[in-house]
Design a protein around this ligand. Structure first.
Ligand code: ZN
Length: 337
């Protein structure tokens, strides 16, 4: 989700309060562990670093780079509140370490992508997953359960490493919840509460979670995400749906919407990296161009449909810089209703 990182408002009292609370928590845990660990030098260094970070709140210098005094990137502070330098002031060795960490995170993230081997006589599935950087804040998943197919596509607030950590959090949560076989709205309320409790107050995700059965009947909940499209005979329709983003309020409840896929029809989910892709002049790709890319595509395979969408977006952008993760999921129903 592009632009949202600005709402972290690094200098805000809320941002500081949350990070200070986390540091105090860590300090408490270190104190609890001290009798067991003893005065190991690494342990003492960590304790000193936490104390130094806490002291920076008192002097009003927390989150400011020690070299240039500019604010440190807020997403890096969320991932590690102990850091003291902005990206521009790190040594090459420190930058290499960050790059290595990112590569490892990207490998782990790749392992969390769904397997399209879930395609069957009833449905064919494919997805496109294009991070803007090394890692993505988008979440896409397909999970088979009791003869139904669950599909999830979401977009975490912010970008980069902090967003990718939340993405893996969503992945673990849905893989734990879906086998419990609860009604979809309850599943979403549960996921919302868990996600809310495990994130900072200003972190959230827009997300669609739904399932399709052997008759092509689709039920889905939309937590503040862009409405999905059905590619059908007449052209394409966007399904009406609305709800609050996941993790925004701990006790949000959700309503589900229904739709029916006929043989050959495809359900298409996408993140705003598609519709908000910019060309050089700053114009957005938009939903109309997406409709144009998929209209008349009844019966074509998901892989080809996604390729058409991606080439349409690329053709529009030309070589304008990409600034947001782009993810799409296509689910074609092949059953006979
Ligand atoms: Zn700096």
């Amino acid at each position: 989700m592009e632009g949202v990182q600005m709402s972290y408002a690094p200098a805000s009292a809320e941002f500081d309060a949350v990070l200070r609370g986390q540091l105090l928590d860590r300090r408490e845990k270190l104190e609890e562990a001290r009798p067991r660990i003893g005065l190991d030098s690494d342990f003492s260094r960590l304790l000193n670093e936490v104390d130094a970070a806490l002291a920076r709140f008192d002097t009003g210098t927390f989150g400011l780079c020690e070299e240039c005094h500019d604010p440190i990137e807020p997403e890096r502070l969320i991932a590690d509140p102990l850091i003291r330098l902005c990206l521009g002031d790190l040594t090459q060795k420190q930058l290499d370490t960050i790059q290595d960490d990112l590569q490892l995170a990207a490998e782990i993230q790749k392992g969390l992508l769904p397997t399209i081997a879930l395609s069957s006589d009833l449905w064919n599935v494919d997805f496109a997953y294009h991070p803007a950087g090394v890692v993505s804040g988008d979440y896409v998943d397909v999970i088979g359960q009791n003869g139904e197919l669950y599909f999830i596509l979401g977009d975490v607030s912010g970008k980069g490493l902090a967003a990718s950590i939340l993405m893996s959090n969503l992945h673990a949560m849905f893989h734990a919840l879906i086998p419990l076989d609860m009604p979809l709205c309850d599943l979403m309320s549960r996921a919302n509460r868990l996600f809310c409790e495990s994130t900072l107050a200003n972190q959230y995700a827009t997300l669609i979670c739904g399932k399709i059965n052997a008759h092509g009947e689709v039920e889905f909940c939309n937590a503040g995400h862009l409405a999905p499209i059905i590619v059908n005979h007449a052209g394409s329709v966007q399904l009406d749906s609305a709800g609050l983003p996941l993790g925004m309020f701990c006790d949000s409840s959700f309503v589900s919407s229904g739709a029916k896929l006929n043989q050959g029809e495809t359900l298409l989910l996408f993140t705003d990296g598609v519709t908000e892709a910019n060309d050089h002049a700053g114009e957005e790709f938009g939903i109309t161009r997406l409709f144009n890319a998929v209209n008349g595509s009844l019966g074509i395979e998901p892989t080809e449909l996604l390729q058409n969408c991606i080439s349409s977006v690329s053709g529009f952008r030309m070589n304008a810089a990409r600034n947001d993760d782009l993810t799409m999921l296509a689910l074609k129903y092949s059953g006979g209703n």
